[in-house]
Write a protein that binds this ligand. Structure first.
Ligand code: E4P
Length: 215
């Protein structure tokens, strides 16, 4: 499974990249707004740091506007992937952009029927939001299981990005279900690393090391 980092924060991206565990980045307007910098400059810097796909979202809600924004954003770098909201106009945009060779990530997916149409339209990625489903008492991971089954049944090549990840279990479940990608906030990456028994084990080794007689 690939791991993307779900952030627009340069420090977090640098830290995660140094660990060698990051295959790409996803951003959205909320994440970019937190950085208080012009979006284009920020995206340029992110694309230079991470060789993998970097998702940048369009704002327009009409097909023409989405395509215009997508063409503009894709000039930033060859690794930009255009994030398109899952609406009728978005599916139309995906079809046109995929013929132009511009990669797309259809975002805000909350149902298997939506995911089926995303694949039919020819998107490169679909982003089902598991955390936001959990928030309304609908198990987000059930959606991943369903999409996985549908895509497997028909050999769809659209990759599933498990998004709106809120905790380490989301990541483990994504991997168990065979999702292509999990996009993970930096705080959850840190949680994935930590284990209390590792810390206890290190402390015990350090304490015992002190007991070894010196020459
Ligand atoms: C994914 O691409 C989105 O940027 C993100 O995962 C949304 O997460 P949230 O529901 O925590 O805002």
């Amino acid at each position: 499974m690939q791991i993307f980092i779900d952030t627009a924060n340069i420090h977090e991206i640098k830290e995660a990249t140094k660990m060698g565990i990051i295959d790409g980045v996803t951003t959205n307007p909320t994440l970019i707004a937190k950085e208080n910098r012009p979006a284009e400059d920020l995206l340029k810097e992110i694309c230079a740091l991470v060789p993998g796909p970097v998702s940048a979202e369009v704002i327009s809600l009409e097909t023409e506007g989405m395509i215009k924004e997508a063409r503009q954003l894709s000039k930033i770098s060859s690794n930009i992937v255009i994030k398109i909201p899952l609406v009728k106009a978005g599916l139309k945009a995906v079809k046109i952009l995929s013929h132009e060779g511009i990669k797309t990530n259809v975002t805000l997916c909350f149902s298997p029927s939506q995911a089926l149409l995303v694949a039919k339209a020819g998107a490169d990625y679909v982003s089902p939001f598991v955390g936001r489903l959990d928030d309304i008492s609908q198990p987000g991971m059930d959606l991943i299981r369903d999409i996985k089954t549908i895509y497997k049944n028909y050999g769809f090549r659209t990759k599933i990005i498990v998004a709106s990840v809120r905790n380490p279990l989301h990541v483990v479940d994504a991997a168990l279900l065979g999702a292509d990608v999990a996009t993970v906030p930096f705080s959850v990456i840190e949680q994935l690393i930590r284990h209390p028994l590792t810390d206890i084990g290190i402390q015990r080794f350090l304490d015992d090391y002190k007991k070894i007689p010196k020459k």
